[in-house]
Design a protein around this ligand. Structure first.
Ligand SMILES: Cc1cc2nc3c(=O)[nH]c(=O)nc-3n(C[C@H](O)[C@H](O)[C@H](O)COP(=O)(O)OP(=O)(O)OC[C@H]3O[C@@H](n4cnc5c(N)ncnc54)[C@H](O)[C@@H]3O)c2cc1C
Ligand code: FES
Length: 279
């Protein structure tokens, strides 16, 4: 008798249903959604990795995980820039999204044990760094300290305002904006300018960075000029993605595929690729 085995479709190909448990507007164009798995097995994902977020009839886009709770609830923080991200941002509590993942590489947090953690973030780039910041704060004395340098376009574009205040109780947090308004009393200027203000011991620091590529390159160069090794700096890259698992080639960056070999790379690996053209 002819028998057919159960088709073994890798789990990462199949969107798993997650229900929107909470929708929190962060700014005029950005929301954070807390997502609870409908499937009991849920998903195990690490800070720095991303999800392919699927909306039936609209499309699928890569989005980083911005929060990981012990009960399996995941958070994503999404800026509405086009059809799919707008539809994700418009999702209300109770609606169901499909998540594929986990995709890509994670922040190598373990390397920061016993060292100072320096987080450098620009714009929506703070989202993938948020679970790393939380993990470092939760790890108590495992690190010698935490510094967060964060820049946004305007004060109205700042993400996680309440958390920034809470983080500042246990870490050094410096925030800058490109353009101030009349209410802003903080720093004005681009993120790389904050590097000069950071108290960095080059031999005992690990750096985790995400934001516009020009910001990451200038920040990395400023850190290297202060004596940091390019191996001590990790950056997260964005590319157009389709499959998210290294099959289609859409996300190629030089000899690497960002969805498989990234999005988190050591800067030592990316620096030659970033010099090829202004990315
Ligand atoms: C690994 C990875 C992680 C990501 N994590 C996040 C995340 O946590 N939160 C998040 O909001 N986005 C994240 N993105 C970006 C997100 O995938 C894109 O914003 C999304 O794919 C846009 O799709 P869309 O169909 O809504 O817009 P599209 O129709 O594709 O684009 C509409 C317009 O917006 C422009 N655009 C596209 N992406 C961006 C962008 N990121 N910023 C500004 N303009 C853009 C396009 O050039 C186009 O002009 C991530 C991307 C990658 C590769
Ligand atoms: S998105 Fe298909 S190979 Fe990376």
């Amino acid at each position: 008798m002819l028998t057919f085995d159960e088709p073994t479709v890798p789990r990462v190909w199949t969107p798993q249903p997650f229900r929107v448990a909470e929708r929190r507007p962060e700014t005029a164009d950005t929301v954070t959604l807390r997502l609870q798995p409908l499937d009991a097995s849920g998903m195990t994902i690490e800070p720095g990795q991303f999800l392919m977020v699927y909306l039936l009839g609209i499309g699928e886009v890569p989005i980083s995980v911005s929060g990981i709770d012990d009960d399996g609830t995941l958070s994503i923080t999404v800026r509405a820039v086009g059809a799919v991200s707008r539809a994700i941002c418009a999702s209300t509590p109770g609606s169901v999204l499909g998540l594929r993942g986990p995709c890509g590489t994670a922040w190598p947090i373990v390397e920061a044990r016993g060292r100072h953690v320096l987080v450098v973030a620009g714009g929506i780039g703070l989202a993938p760094l948020r679970p790393l910041i939380r993990a470092v704060l939760d790890a108590g004395g495992a690190h010698t300290g935490l510094t967060v340098l964060y820049g946004a376009r305007t004060p109205a574009d700042l993400l996680y305002r309440d958390e920034l205040t809470r983080w500042a109780e246990a870490a050094r947090v410096a925030v800058t904006v490109d353009r101030a308004d009349s209410s802003w009393r903080g720093q004005v200027g681009v993120v790389p300018k904050l590097i000069a203000t950071a108290d960095v011991d080059p031999a005992a620091t690990r750096v985790y960075m995400c934001g516009p590529e020009i910001m990451m390159r200038l920040s990395a160069e400023a850190l290297i000029a202060r004596g940091l090794s390019s191996d001590a700096i990790y950056v997260s890259m964005e590319r157009h993605m389709e499959c998210g698992v290294g099959w289609c080639g859409h996300c190629q960056l030089g000899p690497t595929l960002v969805c498989r070999d990234g999005p988190v790379y050591p800067y030592s690996r990316l620096a030659p690729l970033m010099e090829v053209r202004e990315l």
